[in-house]
Design a protein around this ligand. Sequence first.
Ligand code: TRP
Length: 326
Amino acid sequence: MSGIRPTGYLHLGNYFGAIRNYIKMQENYECFFMVADLHSLTTHPDTKELKQNVHRVLAENIACGLDPEKAALYCQSHIHEISELYMYLNMLAYKGELEKTATFKDKVRQHPQNVNAGLLTYPVLMATDILVHRAKYVPVGKDQEQHLEMTRNFAQRFNYRYGDVFPEPVAFNFGEDLVKIPGLDGSGKMSKSENSMATLYLADDDESIRKKIKKAKTDAGPMEPNTPKPDYIENIFLLMKLVSPADVIEKFENDYATANIRYGDMKAQLAEDMVTFIAPIRQKTKDIMQNESYLKQVMEQGAEKARKSAAATLLQVRQSMGLQYY
Ligand code: TRP
C-alpha cells in the first residue's frame, strides 16, 4: 500500500524513487495505490485545483505503467472506512508524540498561520491508509520512515488494547532500485514544489528539458586522468545511467577517466535521451487526462476493490473494540 499526495507535478525523483517500485510490485503483490486527497487538505485548504490535480496524478501514474487492472488505484476520500478508522486511531495517538513528528514541525515552520488539528494528526491518517488494508509492505522513501514507525506503534497499541487485528507494516523496496535523484543544480534532490529549474517534471516539454539540462552545474573538467568526480558531475552521470544506453554511458565514463570530457556534449546527449524517456509519458498523461470517462471508470473500479478490503477490516475493528451492541 502506498499513497501519493495530489499536490504538484510528478518529477523524475518520484518516478525512479517510487513509481518504478510500484510498477514492479503490482506484478507480485495485491497492491493498493491511493491518491491522498484528504491529506492534501491539511496544507491546501483551497480546493479549486483539486480535481485537476487528482486527475493528473492518476494519469501520470498510469502513463508510467501503473495498471488499474492489476492494482487498486483509488482516491482516499472515496473510502469512508478510512475516515471511520482514522477516528478510532486518533484516540490511541498522543498529542506529545504527534507534536514531535518531524514533518509536523516542518509544516508549522512553513505555515505558522494554519496549524490545524488535521496537520497534527497527519500521521494517524497515513497509518489509517495502511492499516485499513492490513497492509504489510509500504513502498516509500526515507522521508516517510518516521510515519511508518508511528503506524507500527498505533497498530501495536490497538492490538494490545483490543486484540490482534493489524500486522506491523514495513518499508519496502526492490533492493538497489530506490535511488535518490539529485537536483540539476548539484544540491539537494528533485522536488515537487521547490526550485523548478533543478527538477525535471514528467510534464516538461522537450525544450524545457533541454534548457534545464543545459543549465546543470558543471566545471572546466578534470585536469588529469582518474580524478574523482565532484558531486554535481556524479549527479549528471547518475541521470545518464537512468535514461541513456550503455554504450553512451561508457563513452563519457572513458572521456572523464582520460580527462577528455566535453560537458557540453555530454549534457546535449543526456538532454536527448531524457526527451526520449519523458516525451511518451507526457503524451500518454495528456491523452488520459482528456479522457474523463476513463478516469471515472478507473476511480470507481479502484474504490470498489479498496472498499471491499477496508470494510472487512472495519468489521473486525468494531468487533474487537466492542462497538457492537446487538
Ligand atoms: N505521506 C505520504 C507523503 O507525503 C503520502 C501518503 C499518504 C502515504 N498516505 C500514505 C504514503 C500511505 C504511504 C502510505 O508522501
